[in-house]
Design a binder for this molecule. Structure first.
Ligand code: HXC
Length: 259
């Protein structure tokens, strides 16, 4: 997979694909092409049977400092409507396999929103999260007011969105925005380690479980419980369910095959 603004390694580790945002001079500002490339890469990786988990990262200085302000500066509302970039973001959210963000440095605006679109976030101690759109006369547009509020609650979300203040990785961990914080030298290793843990599970159960957890953010409790139940039944249609349960009974490690 050859792209201009991202680097994709489908077999970075067994069953783990790595996608690296690669506009280092612009702090990985997310221009439209980069987002289209990301969408296309995630779609291919989602279809690749060898891949069970995807890690998205940037570099030590920046995960991504937001959407590309220089590209947006002269746009009108109608331009944005026609470009319809959120269709791209929606596709990223629909990735079936678990996606982990490995964040170091700036995760701002669209960068923070991209990390929040992933299923889990591993951060380095230098990570800074923020929705600073308000400082340039706009507001978050790719989920910042919704996902951030659901993750950290109204008080902190309101403060971040209305003042543009950044929070540190330690604050983000305390607020429930991210999964773990580790020293900068090992944040990617730690994300791969987490991906490895996920990869050891049945890929079918993993996908169904991810879909069910995400449903909790989209529906009321009754509907969510009903959805969960159907997916739970569905796991019993897999050979991996038989393998997982017989391995438990036979006191051995299961070998999940993804069917
Ligand atoms: C375009 C950007 C950029 C961005 C940084 N750069 N962020 N270019 N869009 N979002 C560029 C700078 O112009 C500069 O290029 C280079 O990257 C290095 O940035 P500096 O500002 O010189 O670095 P520093 O002083 O360390 O400050 C880092 C920073 C600051 C605090 C992250 O760059 C910053 O505030 N960036 C903007 C953050 C932001 O507002 N994000 C939200 C964007 S709106 P040159 O060529 O000058 O050297 C958004 C809406 C999403 O995300 C809606 C959904 C699509």
């Amino acid at each position: 997979m050859n792209f201009e603004f991202i680097l994709v390694t489908p077999n970075f580790a067994p069953h783990i694909a790595l996608v690296q945002l690669n506009r280092p001079k612009e702090l990985n500002a997310l221009n439209l092409q980069l987002m289209l490339e990301l969408k296309s890469a995630l779609k291919s990786l989602d279809e690749d049977e060898m891949v069970r988990c995807i890690v998205i990262t940037g570099n030590q200085q920046a995960f991504a400092a937001g959407a590309d302000i220089k590209q947006m500066e002269s746009k009108t509302a109608i331009d944005l409507l026609k470009i319809d970039q959120f269709e791209t973001w929606d596709q990223i959210r629909k990735t079936k396999k678990p996606v982990i963000a490995a964040v170091s440095g700036f995760a701002l605006g669209g960068g923070c929103e991209l990390a929040m679109t992933c299923d889990m976030i591993v951060a380095s101690e230098s990570a800074k999260f923020g929705q600073p759109e308000i400082k340039i006369g706009i507001m978050p547009g790719a989920g910042g007011t919704q996902r951030l509020t659901r993750a950290v609650g109204k008080a902190l979300a309101m403060e971040m969105v209305l003042t543009g203040k950044f929070i540190s990785a330690a604050e983000a961990l305390k607020a429930g925005l991210i999964n773990r914080v580790v020293p900068e030298e090992i944040y990617l290793d730690e994300a791969i380690k987490l991906a490895n843990e996920v990869c050891a599970m049945s890929p079918i159960a993993t996908q169904l479980a991810k879909e069910s957890v995400n449903k909790a953010f989209e529906t009321g409790l009754q509907e969510g419980l009903f959805f969960e139940r159907k997916n739970f039944y569905m796991t019993f249609a897999s050979e991996d369910q038989k393998e997982g349960m017989s391995a438990f009974v036979e006191k051995r490690k299961p070998a999940f095959k993804g069917h």
